[in-house]
Write a protein that binds this ligand. Structure first.
Ligand code: PMP
Length: 387
């Protein structure tokens, strides 16, 4: 019989997807009955649904320090990333090799040589948890320089009047998908023009995300259709998903989850790291544990002469769920592009495991991992042809 049914599953893959929070499930369940109507419709059920969409928008705006009108709901972080990069099609686009594929691959096909230039840098990496220096990027974007760029798309108000008054030479986008709820965030303090979010990384449903578009910066809709989202994203509102996202945001705000991650979760993560280093020969960390250097919930470790996929499967058989590199690249046998960019060492990349914690994890989970992991690594190292 399935191990997951017989024993308690230890879930350490929150960075891939976090389970739905109970209050999110409840909010969505209630919404199914009450807010089923098309939120754009003029009738009463439509208005009721739209009120809920706007409430979720206000909550997210509050959490990230934005105005509600600066938030566009999307189908997830991949769409948000695509929308920003595609806005700058034919223009200069600078990203780092650590970005998610939805940035790297879109930038590869959209990149041109016209100004203005987009700088797209994530604040926190999904594989190693590394926190990057966005302040330096924002400075480099030379935010005050004004250039003439008439070919850029502009945000227009309802009467077709451009809202862009100052055209800058550099704009900054940051994929904040992994950072949301884990560390304090304020898009104005960060100084970014665009920012990406996804509900399923904070206990909300899969298939809904958001994009922060600072008032007055260029934006070209990725999905052209109806007038939804103030003409910035066509498509019937995913009311249920947005309500679920809103409920997850409400939880993050109420619980100040970044404080809990910063203490409780960081302690668990660091305890696992210390024990791995002390008890497993050939282990090395790909995550810098120093305060401020990484998100508190991610630990990436390489085990010499043991293959990541094999470790994952052996742990899975023990009811312990982790991932190798990024889940988005699952089935892809290439080494993680992030670890390759960081280390240049294919063996380190191939032998890596990402443990990502959530608020539900306990010390017992760490103890259970350490009951089985040393034996698994030892067995794999014994049969390995790599010395
Ligand atoms: N960006 C980052 C940093 C991510 O971790 C992920 C999810 N792996 C995404 C984008 C894509 O998110 P979504 O599933 O919402 O499209």
């Amino acid at each position: 019989m399935c191990v997951i049914i017989c024993t308690k599953m230890i879930y350490l893959d929150y960075a891939a997807t976090s389970p739905l929070l109970p209050e999110v499930r409840e909010a969505m369940h209630r919404a199914e009955e009450r807010f089923f109507a098309n939120a754009s419709a003029l009738h009463t059920p439509g208005h009721l649904a739209m009120n809920e969409v706007e409430r979720a928008r206000e909550l997210l705006a509050k959490l990230i320090g934005a105005e509600p009108g600066e938030i566009i709901f999307t189908s997830g972080a991949s769409e948000s990333n695509n929308a920003v990069i595609r806005t700058f099609e034919g223009h200069q686009i600078e990203t780092s090799p650590l970005e998610h594929h939805s940035i790297i691959e879109t930038a590869r096909v959209c990149r041109g040589d016209k100004l203005p230039k987009l700088y797209s840098y994530m604040l926190a990496n999904n594989e190693t948890g590394e926190i990057l220096d966005l302040v330096e990027v924002v400075k480099r974007a030379d935010k005050n320089a004004v250039v003439d760029c008439p070919e850029m798309f502009e945000v227009k108000n309802d009467w077709g009047k451009p809202l862009v008054t100052v055209k800058k030479s550099g704009y900054v986008h940051s994929d904040l998908t992994q950072a949301l709820g884990k560390i304090p965030l304020d898009v104005k303090a960060l100084g970014v023009d665009y920012a990406t979010f996804s509900a399923h990384k904070i206990g909300g449903p899969v298939g809904v995300g958001a994009l922060y578009v600072r008032k007055g910066v260029p934006f070209k809709p990725l999905i052209i259709g109806g007038n939804q989202e103030n003409k910035r994203r066509g498509g019937t509102y995913n009311t249920l998903g947005i309500i679920g996202f809103g409920a997850a945001v409400e939880y993050v705000l109420r619980e100040k989850t970044w404080e809990k991650y910063g203490i409780k979760v960081r302690n668990l993560r660091d305890r696992l790291a210390e024990r791995i280093l002390a008890e497993i020969p050939g282990s090395s960390l790909n995550t810098d544990l120093a305060p401020g250097a990484s998100l508190p919930n991610i630990l990436n470790v390489s085990f010499r002469a043991a293959e990541g996929e094999s470790i994952q499967l052996y742990l899975d058989a023990e009811g312990i769920v982790v991932s190798t590199g990024s889940a988005c690249a699952a089935g892809d046998t290439k080494p993680s592009h992030v670890l390759m960019a960081k280390t240049g060492d294919a063996e380190v990349a191939h032998s890596s495991i990402r443990f990502s914690f959530g608020l539900e994890n306990t010390e017992k989970d760490v103890d259970r991992v350490m009951e089985v992991l040393p034996g698994i690594i030892d067995r794999l190292q014994q049969i390995s042809t790599i010395s």
